[in-house]
Design a binder for this molecule. Structure first.
Ligand code: NAD
Length: 492
């Protein structure tokens, strides 16, 4: 019986679908959302879409659960398990939401239009157009920082999108197979099996951990002849990795990496990259600088974020943004400074917080509350206007109307009392390999820092509960079980 009820409930949920096609209602404002990442999706989840003509524009038609992206590079988790189609979000809304898979190339705040390009491989006759907006939410994220270092763009892999993880997965196996090619010289084998990760933030650390796991738990078993040649090096310009974690957890991570045989090179800044070498400047304890040239097979570049061109261009059109460097400066209601009808969330916004998924998702939820409130108060304002217009007032109902107006005004004051955005930090988590994780968590006003196997179970359950949908959750658990039972897939 329980199964039947669950099936029925699922069926009803699954079938809920706005039958009516999206027809922009001229009485409603066009609310355009750029992006399908953490900020945009958390806004869409909580937004009452019936109040606006909602249009979502993004070059990818899915949400990506980025915390598990490093696990995708080695096949611990399959890529489709952490993707959720944007339509599975929009089709469950009360009013239809329009989605265009396209890249926003320019925002014109004067004319209030966005220029969009269909950048997919298949293009129709219409592939470039403009979309007008009344209200705009910019949640386009950031691009990979390369600091203009020569060779980085051409030769490294990044770790931001699903395609990056797939490319890395293929390249790891390419390097392994080429290293075992007949008559390969020992130097070439060493180069091909040297995996270099640049950037000791959480992305670099988690990827290095996953990569070493893949080698220790799988590749080594299938191809034992390369056992002593595979090497992972993590390069970080600062004196230590994971600067956002406590000293104790930094030390724990560094000692775990030592056990896992991952080499950490701190105070080492990469200056140049070629197709086969990384050139880095290391600062010794005496302050002396030395140049090192390291041959590599795979190079993964994880040195943080840079501002996207469309955002730079928008900033250049708004005088109030001239001193902002890292993205769109926003006020405490996430309104882009110097504008009235543009809001920004996540990595493209500068609100005084770190560029994390947690921040973006809280900002998105805040905007949904703000917009729902704005719509409600506009509706009440128009009711007040109607009531107070002379047409409704007759000598007999003056007192009654005055009472109604007063009650509406009271309601309006309550609704309008929306507090500015405030970020609540839940803590930081990172996987560091060999079934260990580190966590800096703040609960009940207390902080606790922990690392190890139990923290790993906590990491797993926390990430699982944060997954977008039940479908994602089930797929991720199945992937974990599959890779535990059968090992990861070593085919290219
Ligand atoms: P990051 O900005 O946190 O770290 C990049 C690191 O690269 C820095 O420590 C920097 O010193 C180093 N670096 C820069 N240039 C270098 C060079 N030329 N040579 C050597 N090192 C160089 O980047 P990230 O790890 O991609 O993270 C981006 C954001 O996302 C951060 O806010 C982070 O907290 C967040 N994030 C969090 C998690 C998590 O909580 N588990 C996971 C991924 C990302």
């Amino acid at each position: 019986a329980i199964g039947g009820t669950a099936y029925l409930a699922w069926g009803v949920w699954d079938l809920r679908h706005p039958d009516d096609q999206f027809e922009p209602d001229p009485h409603k404002k066009n609310l355009v959302v750029l992006g399908t990442g953490w900020g945009a999706v958390s806004l869409l989840k909580k937004l009452d879409t019936e109040n606006y003509n909602v249009i979502v524009i993004s070059p990818r038609n899915y949400f990506l659960f980025t915390p598990l992206l490093p696990s995708c590079t080695t096949g611990t988790v399959e890529h489709r398990s952490i993707m959720e189609p944007i339509r599975s979000i929009t089709r469950h809304k009360k009013a239809a939401v329009k989605f265009y898979e396209a890249e926003a190339t320019k925002i014109d705040p004067e004319r209030k239009v966005i220029f969009i390009n269909d950048n997919s491989d298949v293009k129709g006759a219409s592939n470039k157009t403009e979309v007008p907006y009344d209200m705009l939410v910019v949640s386009v994220g950031a691009e990979n920082a390369t600091f203009g270092i020569p060779g980085v763009k051409e030769h490294s892999c990044f770790l931001k999108e699903i395609g990056d993880a797939q490319q890395i997965r293929k390249k790891i196996m390419d390097c392994v197979e080429t290293a075992t090619f007949k008559d390969q010289s020992p130097e070439e084998v060493e180069r091909l099996l040297h995996m270099v990760v640049v950037g000791g933030g959480p992305t670099g650390v988690e990827f290095a951990g996953e990569l070493q796991d893949f080698f220790d738990q799988d590749i080594k078993k299938w191809i034992p002849e390369i056992s002593d040649k595979f090497k992972v090096t993590l390069i970080e310009a600062l004196p230590n990795v994971l600067p956002m974690f406590s000293k104790q957890l930094i030390e724990y991570t560094e000692s775990t990496f030592k056990e896992e045989k991952i080499t950490i090179m701190t105070k080492t800044a990469v200056k140049k990259v070629t197709d086969k070498t990384v050139e880095a400047e290391a600062t010794g304890p005496d302050g002396k600088k030395t140049m090192q040239i390291m041959p590599y097979g795979l190079l993964v570049w994880a040195t943080g974020n840079a501002v996207r061109p469309v955002i730079k261009d928008l900033m250049s059109q708004i005088p109030a943004q001239k001193d902002s460097r890292r993205g769109l400066a926003v006020n405490e209601y996430l309104v882009v400074q110097g504008t009235k009808d543009i809001w920004a969330t996540g990595d493209c916004a500068v609100a005084g917080y770190a560029p994390t998924a947690q921040v973006a998702s809280q900002e998105g939820a805040f905007l949904a509350r703000l917009f729902n409130t704005m719509a409600k108060s506009e509706a009440i304002e128009s009711q007040i206007h109607d009531l107070s217009s002379s047409l409704n007032i007759t000598p007999g109902n003056t007192a009654e109307i005055a009472k109604q107006i007063e009650s509406h005004e009271k309601q309006l004051r309550r609704i309008k009392d929306i507090k500015p955005f405030h970020y609540t930090h839940q803590g930081s988590l990172a996987y560091i390999g060999s079934e260990r994780a580190v966590a800096d968590v703040s609960w009940l006003n207390g902080n606790f820092a922990t690392g190890g196997g139990l923290t790993y179970l906590f990491w797993r359950s926390a990430y699982l509960s944060m997954c977008f949908s039940t479908r994602n959750r089930v797929l991720v658990v199945l992937d974990w079980l599959k890779s535990k039972a059968f090992g990861r897939d070593v085919s290219r």
